[in-house]
Ligand binder design. Structure first.
Ligand code: ATP
Ligand code: MG
Length: 439
């Protein structure tokens, strides 16, 4: 007999079927044994009665998280409609045969059957291979997968070409200290802390490119929004007239991605009590305006002309209150806090760049890039970088590239914020932080 998936069971009342999956819970009621079985498509209740002696004896040995195969009769559940909160709540399986496929060798360190495990972050992550089995935790990664898939679909629909760029580099991409040095045969190499240069090379060829790829940051952060390896959703687009077009594109992307999560993950969102409303037009304001608002409304003065994490949180609060938006673009960051390749504004103190904030944190940085070779070399020098160290990068401009711009969007922060997770690490399958290289 072929295996049936649990989601198909409501349509199979009266038939004998075979299921395979994990035992979520075994409960005994008098002489009856109840097992909740789950597979990738759902969960169903099974009953084992003493009359089916072999199955019954086998069931008596079964514990939570055993991996089993059963054959049994699909029956409408006596409880009727009140069980039909879940798609398979209206049916149950009367088990005829039960076979243990694999069983755990040891006790589980945590009770993953509880919807709310209420674990410390460290415990949750130390036992990741186990805690991932919990329904609510699994839901995070279903939503994550939907998000990444939606991003790729949208980009392709907008005729961006998907590229994959190298993560082992022979020099640190943008200068700076936040790169990991590795041994590469008989030389030193670095892990990429951005696909920036390669996606610009891509834009010079394909006009529009996007990448979903690993980004490594050797920042010794202890925050709720940083990990040392994350997945960046990058894009770069050529023949733009201004960086407003880059924001337009990112805005449309977020509208689609958030919309797809709302449409395709209702059950997962419900586990977190989250209702998503459509993303409307995203307000845009200059960074200097944001700083004025922070000063006036919150009495918060920033030391330099930049915004810190608390400022980002407060300005999002203000935008939510005054514009009813979870998103805001802050624009025109000062030249001295943006990378050398940023296009200067008509007032050259500022740049044609933006950050996108979502529910209190930065989720993306982007802008128009300098495309003129001589201007770029001059900008490098102003940033105390040696153009000779960037010879291959500069080739892109030597041979000509259209005006272009793009963004780097962090994937994990989006899911963290949608679900209200305390730490970004909860939105990473196996996170890497300053202290954590395992599991
Ligand atoms: P922050 O100021 O929050 O540290 P950043 O400005 O250094 O971020 P960018 O270089 O602009 O980050 O990277 C683009 C996006 O990648 C960020 O907006 C964010 O969503 C994500 N990102 C950057 N660093 C990290 C990190 N260490 N962990 C997780 N996501 C990150
Ligand atoms: Mg940034």
């Amino acid at each position: 007999m072929e295996r049936t998936l649990i989601e198909k069971t409501p349509g199979l009342v009266g038939q004998i079927i075979k299921l395979r999956g994990w035992v979520s819970i075994r409960r005994d009621h008098g002489k009856l044994i109840f097992i909740d079985l789950r597979d990738r498509t759902g969960k169903i209740q099974m009953v084992i009665i003493p009359d089916k002696e072999e199955a019954y004896n086998a069931a008596k040995e079964v514990r939570n998280e055993y991996i089993i195969e059963v054959e049994g009769l699909v029956k409408a559940r006596p409880g009727g409609a009140k069980n039909e909160k879940t798609p398979t709540g209206g049916v149950e399986i009367e088990v005829e045969k039960l076979l243990v496929i694999t069983k755990p060798e040891v006790e589980f360190p945590v009770n993953i059957a509880d919807e709310e495990m209420n674990l410390q972050l460290e415990t949750l992550l130390d036992n990741r291979t186990v805690t991932l089995r919990n329904e609510k935790i699994k839901a995070i990664f279903k939503i994550y997968a939907e998000m990444v898939g939606a991003y790729a679909r949208f980009m392709k629909g907008e005729s961006f070409v998907e590229i994959k760029t190298p993560k082992i580099l022979n020099s640190a991409t943008e200068g700076g200290a936040n790169f990991f040095k590795i041994k590469y045969f008989d030389q030193d190499a670095y892990l990429a802390q951005s696909p920036q240069f390669y996606k610009q090379a891509g834009a010079a060829v394909f006009e529009r490119v996007f990448e979903i790829g690993s980004v490594f940051r050797a920042e010794p952060h202890y925050t709720t929004r940083h990990v040392n390896e994350y997945i960046g959703l990058d894009a770069e687009m050529a023949f733009i007239d201004s960086f407003e077009e880059v924001m337009d594109e990112l805005e449309k992307t977020m509208q689609y991605v958030i919309g797809e999560i709302a449409k395709n993950c209702p059950a997962e969102l419900a586990l977190y009590g989250v209702e998503i409303s459509p993303v409307e037009k995203i307000p845009r304001m200059k960074l200097t305006e944001a700083l004025e608002i922070l000063d006036k409304e919150y009495g918060k003065k920033m030391e330099d002309v930049d915004i810190d994490a608390e400022g980002e949180r407060l300005i999002c609060e203000w935008v939510k209150k005054n514009h009813n938006s979870d998103f805001v673009f802050l624009t025109h960051y000062p030249t001295n806090i943006r990378p050398f390749y940023s296009m200067p504004s008509p007032d050259p103190q500022y740049t044609e760049t933006f950050d996108l904030l979502f529910m209190g944190v930065e989720i993306a940085s982007g802008g128009q890039r300098i495309h003129d070779y001589n201007q770029l070399v001059a900008s490098m020098k102003k940033h105390h970088l040696n153009p000779e160290d960037f010879a291959h990068y500069l080739d892109i401009f030597k041979y000509g590239i259209p005006p272009h711009g793009g963004w780097g969007l962090g994937s994990e922060r989006i899911v963290q914020k949608i679900l209200g997770l305390g730490s970004i690490k909860e939105a990473v399958l196996f996170p890497r932080d300053v202290k954590r290289l395992t599991p």
